[in-house]
Design a protein around this ligand. Structure first.
Ligand code: AMP
Ligand code: ZN
Length: 127
């Protein structure tokens, strides 16, 4: 299958998706880090002193759609999150990385993203 045909089956961008629009620069955000495949932005409604969202540029609805083909992408996202945690001074105290899936998981934006949260202690299990 050609790249074009594959792209037609699995669009890399959903024009109705909030985070695709942020990736495209159509909606402003506060960038923390980023490269060709992944961006990290400040959460607009932070639930912790540091609350960063790390996400692929491509539109993947949630972690439920990840496959073995995304192994490099997911590794890259976690490496970027760890680098941000170090640069934000979170590494010594610890922090949390979480991704919500679906309605019962608490997902409100259907574009895969990982919450990097730190600067306070978190309870377990989450509510
Ligand atoms: P979730 O509920 O796990 O899907 O996470 C979505 C997150 O996106 C929430 O923590 C929101 O506060 C955050 N959010 C919503 N709109 C924006 C925006 N325009 N810029 C940055 N973060 C946003
Ligand atoms: Zn999207």
């Amino acid at each position: 299958m050609s790249a074009e045909a594959a792209g037609a089956q699995t669009p890399r961008r959903d024009p109705t998706c909030l985070f695709c629009r942020i990736v495209a620069g159509e909606i402003p955000s506060t960038s923390v880090a980023g490269d060709d495949t992944v961006i990290a932005i400040r959460d607009i409604s932070p639930r912790a002193p540091t609350h960063v969202l790390v996400m692929p540029r491509d539109h993947i609805p949630s972690a439920a759609e990840l496959t073995d083909a995304d192994a490099d992408l997911v590794g890259h996202i976690f490496a970027m999150a760890a680098a941000i945690a170090r640069s934000e001074g979170l590494a010594d105290g610890g922090y949390r990385i979480v991704t919500n899936v679906g309605a019962w998981g608490g997902q409100t934006v259907d574009h895969l993203h990982f919450h990097l949260m730190g600067g306070r202690a978190f309870s377990w299990p989450p509510g």
